[in-house]
Design a protein around this ligand. Structure first.
Ligand code: GRF
Length: 195
């Protein structure tokens, strides 16, 4: 993760209830001293950092990231705002989800809320997707919609999106862990029949 970790916090809070059915086994970041790591430490969750600049090559970083994640044997990896692409090898090993603060396929990339506002859309939202090799292009797991207000700026719109995004993430991750997920082409299903 790279941001302030409110998506992570929402998952940590949900996992505190045993009925939720999921457990965060580790939290990783691509740099030190970020709020997400502090949030994990406060919840007594193991953390790790693999920083790209500490490696001679991108491949070296990719492989170190895969190795450390593998050690925790996760059923699911949630990037939750991790702002780097992970390798195809990583994606082949772990079911990996990410959230994007826009309604995919609209406004992919680093500035979803700004681009949506500049375009003049009247609704936006967030998309939870299975990560593939592209930027915010993977099969869609869930979406949530929020209105755009006439007086919104990027910050107010992103905050409204993030509130809905956290609810969507917690709901979908819980259902996936409890009931399974199946991905066939671009069609994603959550539920008992998906196991
Ligand atoms: C989220 O809106 C995420 O989709 C985007 O950046 C924000 C991260 O928020 N990539 P946080 O770090 O979980 O608070």
């Amino acid at each position: 993760m790279s941001g302030s970790g409110t998506n992570l916090q929402a998952l940590l809070d949900a996992c505190a209830e045993t009925s939720y059915g999921a457990r965060v086994v580790a939290v990783g970041a691509d740099r030190e001293d970020i709020e997400g790591l502090a949030r994990a430490e406060r919840a007594n969750i193991p953390t790790f950092v693999r920083q790209l600049s500490d490696f001679e090559t991108r491949e070296g970083w990719d492989s170190a990231l895969t190795t450390v994640v593998e050690r925790f044997e996760p059923d699911l990896v949630v990037l939750a705002g991790f702002m780097k692409l992970v390798s195809t090898d990583f994606l082949a090993r772990f079911v990996t989800l990410n959230t994007h603060p826009a309604l995919c396929p609209a406004f992919p990339g680093m500035h979803g809320p700004r681009d949506a506002l500049d375009y003049g859309v009247k609704v936006s939202g967030a998309t939870l997707f299975v990560v593939d090799g592209g930027v915010d292009t993977g099969p869609i797991v869930a979406q949530t919609v929020v209105p755009v207000a006439d007086d919104d700026d990027v910050e107010s719109l992103h905050e409204r999106i993030k509130t809905a995004e956290r609810t969507m993430l917690v709901d979908a991750v819980g259902r996936i862990v409890r009931n399974g997920i199946s991905v066939e082409g671009r069609r994603v299903r959550i539920g008992d029949e998906a196991r």
